[in-house]
Design a protein. Structure first.
Length: 301
C-alpha cells in the first residue's frame, strides 16, 4: 500500500513498482478524487464488457489496482486519492472469481440501513484483462456496513467494505464468512431471478428458535435439496422488501443454505408466521402449506 503523504528516502520498490525519491506520483489510472457524492456507488466508466450486466466481474482479468479515497460519510463527495495497491495475478484471479459469483440486484430490493455518522473509505478497483480491456469497480467501507458495490452497469447489495480494506492494506483477498453457516450466506448469482439458482448439491436446514442462537441443523443431500429448491421456485416472486407482516404467533423459522459444486451457497429464509414467508434478500414469495411441511420435515426436530 502506498500513501501520497509518504516520503521515500531513496529508490524503493512498493507493490511491485519502483518509486523515486520524494512523494511518489499517483498511478496513471487512479483518478485524483472520488467524483461523486454517492458512497461506494461510482466508477469513472461503466463496464461495457460481455457479461457485465449480470455479474460484477466477467471473464478472467489478470491484474487489479485498488485506489483509496478516505473521508466521512456525513460529508461525502470529492474525497482525494490517498493511496493505491496493485494486487498480484493470483489474488486478482481469486477476487474476480468471488465477485463474479455474487448476486446482482436487478429487482430494486429494499433494505434497511442504520444512519450512524463516521469515517468511510471509497475504493475503486481497476481490473485489466490480457487483451487490454479494463473494468472499474466501485465500493466502500463505512460505519453502517451498507455500501453497495458496482461496475457501473451491475450493482450488488452485498457489503464488502472489510474485504476491500483488507485487500488494500495487505494485498490479500478474502470474502467475509459467517462463524455459523446458519447465519446465512452472501448469496449467489441468479438469486435475483430465482429463489434458489439451479445446480444444488445439498442443503443445510437450520431451525431458528426466537431469541436463541445458534440454531439446530440437519444436512440433506442432492435429491432432497433439488426437490426443496423446486418447491421454493414454483410460486411467483416479487422484489423483496426484506420485511413481512406477522400472521400468527411467533414460531420457529428456518434458514435454508443451499450448496453447490463450486462457488458460494444460496440462502433462503422461511418464516411460517409471516406474510410473505419466503425471502432470499432479493426476492420474496408466499409460503404454501406443502412447502412449509416439506421444510419442517427436512429440518431438525
Amino acid at each position: 500500500m502506498r500513501s501520497l503523504h509518504w516520503l521515500a528516502a531513496g529508490l524503493l520498490a512498493v507493490s511491485g513498482c519502483a518509486v523515486a525519491q520524494g512523494s511518489p506520483p499517483a498511478p496513471p489510472f487512479c483518478p485524483q478524487q472520488w467524483d461523486s457524492e454517492k458512497i461506494g456507488d461510482w466508477v469513472p466508466d461503466a463496464a461495457d464488457l460481455d457479461g457485465a450486466s449480470d455479474r460484477l466481474v466477467p471473464g478472467a482479468p489478470d491484474l487489479a489496482l485498488i485506489c483509496a479515497y478516505p473521508g466521512r460519510n456525513t460529508d461525502p463527495g470529492g474525497e482525494k486519492l490517498d493511496g493505491w495497491r496493485t494486487l498480484n495475478h493470483q489474488t486478482t484471479e481469486a477476487m474476480a472469481r468471488d465477485l463474479a459469483y455474487l448476486p446482482i440486484d436487478t429487482q430494486n430490493a429494499e433494505r434497511a440501513c442504520t444512519l450512524m455518522g463516521g469515517r468511510m473509505t471509497n475504493y475503486l478497483v481497476r481490473f485489466t484483462y490480457p487483451d487490454g480491456d479494463t473494468l472499474w469497480l466501485g465500493g466502500a467501507e463505512e460505519v453502517n456496513s451498507c455500501a453497495t458495490i458496482t461496475n457501473g452497469t451491475a450493482t450488488s447489495d452485498v457489503y464488502l467494505g472489510d474485504s476491500l480494506t483488507a485487500a488494500y492494506r495487505t494485498g490479500d483477498w478474502r470474502l467475509p464468512q459467517p462463524d455459523d453457516p446458519c447465519d446465512g450466506s452472501l448469496g449467489r448469482r441468479g438469486q435475483d431471478e430465482q429463489m434458489v439458482p439451479e445446480g444444488v448439491v445439498g442443503v443445510l436446514v437450520c431451525r431458528l428458535k426466537p431469541g436463541e442462537k445458534p440454531g439446530s441443523r440437519s444436512e440433506r443431500g442432492a435429491r432432497e435439496a433439488a426437490e426443496l429448491a423446486a418447491a421454493l421456485n414454483a410460486p411467483g416472486t416479487r422484489p423483496s422488501t426484506n420485511g413481512c407482516q406477522q400472521a400468527g404467533p411467533v414460531s420457529d423459522s428456518f434458514r435454508l443454505v443451499f450448496r453447490y459444486g463450486e462457488g458460494p451457497a444460496a440462502s433462503v429464509h422461511v418464516m411460517p408466521d409471516c406474510r410473505p414467508g419466503v425471502n432470499n434478500g432479493l426476492l420474496q414469495t408466499e409460503l404454501d402449506a406443502p412447502t412449509r411441511d416439506q421444510v419442517a420435515r427436512l429440518g431438525p426436530a
